[in-house]
Design a protein around this ligand. Structure first.
Ligand SMILES: [Zn+2]
Ligand SMILES: [Zn+2]
Length: 193
């Protein structure tokens, strides 16, 4: 996603980028857990303008992520609509202290701070592909859950407890409550025969 910085003015320019599943897989690499996360394209829309020497960019993502529930393992779609902002200032003659950052600035014409809210740019053409990749990666939940009350799989028989009731005991032997519950379940005076 290339942006020609010398064409930008103080009035915002709108740019749209379609993050296709193929683009995403290539960006993430085949081994990434996130690689299968896009089954359809995600739209990234940005407004970009300059103020003085700086570039101001704001935008949002729209679409859906394809996720696997961490509890019941089914795949589900989760809509995304993340807003983001970025301010870029000219790098001038400055060079990022870390060699990796310096290489990225040389390659893309843009390098970002860790929080992704600011960065430096250099030259009349910058590539925002890495930035969009980060923005999309941030939209992925750390612990995907298909729905808040997902009951997950039975740890004993593997049944999907959202779909069927298995008859395994709810009480795991290692649970600190197991002993308590066993006591409570004991019929009154049950030990005496
Ligand atoms: Zn689930
Ligand atoms: Zn079960």
């Amino acid at each position: 996603m290339k942006v020609l910085t010398d064409r930008l003015t103080e009035s915002p320019t709108e740019l749209c980028f379609s993050a296709t599943p193929a683009w995403w897989r290539e960006r993430c690499g085949p081994d990434s857990e996130l690689a299968g996360g896009l089954q359809g394209s995600l739209e990234v829309r940005i407004l970009i303008h300059c103020m003085g020497q700086d570039l101001y960019l704001e935008g949002e993502t729209a679409g859906a992520l394809e996720l696997r529930c961490g509890r019941c393992l089914t795949r589900y779609r989760q809509p995304v609509g993340e807003r983001f902002r970025l301010v870029l200032e000219p790098a001038g003659s400055r060079v990022p202290a870390d060699p990796e950052g310096a290489a990225v600035l040389a390659r893309d014409g843009v390098v970002l701070s860790d929080e992704l809210e600011s960065g430096w740019f250099r030259g009349s053409e910058i590539d925002l592909g890495s930035y969009f990749q980060e923005v999309i990666a941030l939209a992925f939940p750390v612990q995907p859950v298909c729905r808040e009350d997902c009951r997950g799989l039975c740890p004993r028989c593997g049944a999907d407890r959202n779909a069927e009731l298995c008859h395994c005991s709810e009480v795991r032997p290692d649970s600190p409550f197991a002993a308590l519950r066993a006591l409570r379940d004991e019929p009154r005076g049950g030990k005496e025969r």
